[in-house]
Design a binder for this molecule. Structure first.
Ligand SMILES: N[C@@H](CCC(=O)N[C@@H](CS)C(=O)NCC(=O)O)C(=O)O
Length: 216
């Protein structure tokens, strides 16, 4: 039976880029549908009426939203080239850190990027503390997945790519080689992978988009 796989996304969204990477690693053919978030389509509202956000994956007519849920669905549906760890404890830890990225790290770092001058130092200290927790997960590995990229590397695209764009646009230096040598090294290696580069929009286009969003 032919499979029908559609991804409703938005080119600049790191959450959507996660899903594009997961589908690429699995070599799943899919139709990509670009969403205009300033004028949401009936298709998006039909498939994700609760959050009304991208990404949404539609597999043979069934929809899934929320990037982490979609990611697990992809890994469990197409079992070749597994992305998540196999061991239950390792799986639980991968989920823990993915949730940490989306619910804690992302917001403390965002606060540091956008805080007013009198609160900046405190916000940077807090964000740096959370970034250290994340960096410590790499230990002596090349990637969070070990010798090759895995689930947390892809979920961590937020850190590897988006934080870099934000730090350039908002002129707040949070991650550098001196403060986070291991994390910095991971970012360089991760962004050097061909599949990762193919899944990301051109840097200049994303910089311009982010500047516009933050009026910089
Ligand atoms: N927790 C969601 C976040 C998705 C998200 O924030 N998507 C943004 C684009 S980056 C969106 O669709 N925003 C539209 C809106 O907030 O109305 C996930 O992991 O999928």
């Amino acid at each position: 039976m032919g499979e029908e796989v559609k991804l409703i996304g938005m080119w600049a969204s790191i959450f959507c880029q996660r899903i594009q990477m997961a589908l690429k690693l699995k070599r799943i053919q899919f139709e990509y549908i670009e969403e205009d978030l300033s004028n949401k389509s009936p298709l998006l509202l039909q498939y994700n009426p609760i959050h009304k956000k991208v990404p949404v994956l539609v597999h043979n007519g069934k929809s899934i939203s929320e990037s982490l849920a979609i990611f697990e669905y992809i890994d469990e549906t197409w079992k070749h080239n597994p992305i998540m760890p196999e061991d239950p404890y390792d799986r639980a830890m991968a989920r823990f850190w993915a949730k940490f990225i989306d619910e804690k790290l992302l917001w403390t770092v965002f606060e540091a990027f956008t805080s007013k001058e009198n609160e900046l130092e405190k916000a940077i200290d807090e964000a740096s503390l959370q970034l250290k927790f994340f960096e410590n997960q790499l230990k002596d590995k090349s990637f969070f997945g070990g010798d090759t990229i895995g689930y947390l590397d892809i979920v961590g695209i937020v850190v590897a790519h988006w934080f870099g764009i934000m730090q350039e646009v908002l002129e707040v230096e949070l991650i550098n080689e001196e403060k986070f040598p291991i994390l910095h090294n991971w970012i360089v290696k991760f962004l050097d992978i061909a599949m990762v580069q193919e899944s990301l929009p051109p840097r200049e286009k994303l910089l311009a988009h982010t500047r516009k969003a933050f009026r910089k």
